[in-house]
Unconditional design. Structure first.
Length: 175
């Protein structure tokens, strides 16, 4: 019976390691995640995930204010910015695409804003490089997979120590 206590402790540790931690209420960052592609003369930034719900897209004007980006499926010289709203909900959500006209293909970044009005925008820059992907992670806390791997490592280490101690105890001389 005494030999099973360490094994019972090991089983409890492994079971606790399998329980994922509680979810956090905050998103990893405030920027939309996106991937960029260029097909001359149009840049497209497809939204992978947007953390700001119920929002409109605004572009930075030369005088420092923001103007509305229209929801339409194409851009041109007369209308160089647009959002292709794939789900037609009027908001920037996953799979929507920001379209930018750039005949020379030389724009490194474009400043856009997200918010309900032009005065209440949260500004961000879209980095334009073909194949670029922005993924956000604002938390330094380890994921539950990493926590599980650590706990399994601790469990295996404890098991090895228990087996070594048991072997050592069995090898003692009786006198």
């Amino acid at each position: 019976m005494v030999a099973f206590r360490p094994l019972l402790g090991l089983v409890v540790i492994l079971l606790l390691a399998a329980i994922p931690p509680s979810a956090t209420a905050h998103p990893p960052c405030r920027l939309p995640e996106y991937t960029v592609a260029y097909a001359a003369p149009v840049w497209s930034a497809r939204i992978l995930r947007s953390w700001i719900p119920d929002t409109l897209v605004w572009y930075a004007t030369p005088n420092g204010t923001f103007g509305p980006v229209p929801f339409q499926d194409r851009v041109g010289q007369d209308e160089p910015r647009a959002v292709f709203d794939r789900d037609e909900d009027g908001r920037l959500t996953a799979n929507d695409t920001i379209l930018l006209w750039d005949a020379e293909g030389r724009s490194p970044t474009v400043e856009l804003g997200l918010g309900p009005t032009a005065e209440q925008v949260e500004s961000f820059f879209v980095y334009l490089e073909d194949g670029y992907v922005l993924r956000c992670s604002g938390s330094d806390a380890p994921t539950w997979e990493v926590q599980c791997a650590i706990m399994v490592g601790v469990g295996v280490t404890l098991l090895v120590l228990i087996l070594l101690a048991r072997r050592r105890r069995n090898r003692r001389m009786p006198f």
